[in-house]
Design a protein around this ligand. Sequence first.
Ligand code: SF4
Ligand code: SF4
Length: 379
Amino acid sequence: MTTTPATIGLDGLDRLVALLRESGYRVIGPTRRDGAIVYDDLLSADELPAGWTEVQEAASYRLERRDDDARFGYPVGPHSWKRWLLPPRVRLWQARRANGGAPEVVEEPPAERPLALLGVRPCDLHAIAVQDRVLLDGVYVERDYAGRRDGAFLVAVNCGTPGGTCFCASMGTGPRAEDGYDLALTELLDGGHRFLVEVGSERGAEVLAALATAEATPHDLAAATRVTRAAEASMGRSVEADDLRDLLARNRDHPRFAVTAERCLTCGNCTLVCPTCFCTSVDDVNVLSGEAIAERWRRWDSCFSVEYSHIHGGAVRPSSRARYRQWLTHKFGTWVDQFGTSGCVGCGRCITWCPAAIDVTEELAAIRTTDGEVDGANS
Ligand code: SF4
Ligand code: SF4
């Protein structure tokens, strides 16, 4: 889109949330709850985590006050948008028997209101695109995901405060949004609290046209560039990402996997917080209420669970070494073969929320350091 960037003030942000709600969207955005910044329903912009930031390191997360009132002055919390687009547990259908007749399968209807996701970081925009490729663009379309994704309005917020575990700059997914959004905001704090707004779609242009805006000045544009340049320069971590697929393919039996498996609890936290991990299972359950006699539920699952690879004769990956290797090599290696991109967008959540402080950037660096030099590394 070539629409000229504009600026809005804090009142414009309030109005944006109100306008999206008035237009029929269910607005989901960041808010402070239970000592974390989570994504939940927003009734107004007053619920944004004004003046709070997150301090993140491996296995460590806490909120701290900022010395300003930034609305988006934090990196990314424990939630990702998959919580809303691919929820942890949903009913897919019910089997009903009316008046003693034959059972009828009734699929769950789509949500009444489309989602408006406010505050989507550039890394998470890429994560949504990764899940779109997996769940919409393949041979099989995930019906529930398609229903939630259809019509979703995305308001990106360029990153000005990367965390200690972030490495989106290395993965080429941030800190500035390039596409995949309807509107993209950059929060500007120097010279007055305001937001530079860029338009990414016709729908975005229509929403922007309904807000009270000022044309962005060269000063605003320069300030926005400074925000994302500073973010790029202060990433907590980095990865040499260019040839990870080949590196992992030739180090399938690297001894590092066994070393890491000694620490890995196979809890699956890394997969649950990861915005791209998409593995699910289904449970069929009996119900004893009214006309419904059975239901099918979809729930998040994980390659770290033994049952997930259980086939006739037992689990394909019975050891924690096998399961950790599967996760790392799929995410950074074979994902490229399957879907044409890396499965990692560098958000850092798996590092922050791993109780054993296992750090993918450290693991990849360790394998690279001894690439081809360790006995068994290339067997
Ligand atoms: S790497 Fe960490 S978060 Fe992932 S399964 Fe192992 S212990 Fe859990
Ligand atoms: S693998 Fe880790 S850093 Fe990469 S997208 Fe998933 S949670 Fe984020």
